[in-house]
Design a protein around this ligand. Sequence first.
Ligand code: ADQ
Length: 467
Amino acid sequence: MPPTNNDRSLVIVANRLPVQRVRRGTTSTWQTSLGGLVAALHPLLRKHGGSWVGWPGGEGGSSRAFRHDGMDIKPVTLSASQIEGFYEGFSNGTLWPLYHDVLRTPRFRRSWWRSYVEVNQKFADAIEPLVGPGSMVWIHDYHLQLVPKMLRQRRADLRIGFFLHIPFPAPELFARMPWRTEVLKGLLASDVIGFQTRAVAQNFLRASRRLTRATGSGCTLRLDDHTIRVQPFPIAIDIEEFETLANAESAGERTRSLRAKFGPKRKLVLGVDRLDYTKGIDVRLRAIEEVLRRGEFSARDMCFVQIAVPSRENVDDYASLRREVEQAVGRINGEYAEPGQVAVHYLHRRLSREDLVAYYMAADVMMVTPLRDGMNLIAKEYAASRIDGTGVLLLSEFAGAANELRQAVLVNPFDIDGMAKAVQTALTMPPAEQRRRMRSLRNAVHSYDLYDWAARFLGALRGDQDA
Ligand code: ADQ
């Protein structure tokens, strides 16, 4: 159920707005975006009033506030050079690889940092006129880590919360960043800082004690006269949405149609991700290639379907990943496809929620094998969609979700032989064992949902001790 927000007004701040512009002929209108965060916070804003501050996407545009679907929307517009320096540069070329354990080399460019400071200030300037005395401000993710301090300097009365959706690295890696102290101090002006897992929260606590004057033990830090609560708040999914979709009559039809297309007798192995180098799509393909090379399974017995949403295509590392994945798919099919039976299907596109659930329901094996991931919602969505109680989830040890989904087949995504073996185990797993594991996964996913997650975070921000 959507949580209540008591009396304080609420401002949500995220890199992106919860709406997007859609063109119809010569005019354009706003449409509420689909997606977890929006789904969780929209009912709150609609019920209790409040604003959402974020970038509408694209270059320039109007920064005039407007009302849409019961929410007050305040756009923060970016210039072409801010998109390059703040977004593609510092956010996605410095922080993203650094926070994902340096899977790619982070670039420490001073001009990008200057742009990051400038845009964070622009966000703080946009928020201030919207907040009444004692309001709650909930800031999301790595793009906006300086905003808590920028706001606090002007408004001591606010309750400021920050949630990091991605991992926070070990202090030894974080310490490489030239602006490490500024980033920590930016965050430490919050009242509550939330992370996906306990281990990641510990990394932040250690970095703060080592690199700033913050002191404290357990989940409380003190810096100057300010107290900060640092805690895991693992994100969840809207379980009801997935179960409703899975129970719909049309879902059964779509699933049967997919099974018929891929070959009803073949085992279907599925991967669904944003096309991002943290998600391990390239290594997953190598593991599938190894399974086929071993010869126990051929393209007559199984097929692998990878669905990848285009992502950050202007950033170099993403363009080269796309080429690598396309080459690997071509190579594997060249070697192992049979006439009329493709070994690897690759769909470079976003699916509707209905189609996504049908794929989850059709897949005998789901491979969620990121090299590093804050949580990974796809693992939870797969379990939620398996209303028939079968299916096998192969899950990376390095996804935050592995802390909760202990009955998945856990794999080390850096170990190709180990992954190939795990795929073979999954393909031959007896139905009784599938059911036993899936029951446990579904119990874990049912234990709390996205609305409970938002309520817990806001409870902590209000100062509830048991949140
Ligand atoms: P992401 O890395 O973007 O975000 P992830 O957890 O992988 O998030 O979820 C992606 C979402 O996109 C899922 O809801 C999924 O259904 C959807 N999606 C993916 N591929 C799709 C496709 N082809 N078609 C349609 N929908 C698709 C960050 C962190 C994660 C963290 C989330 C939430 O990196 O670790 O779980 O935020 O906090």
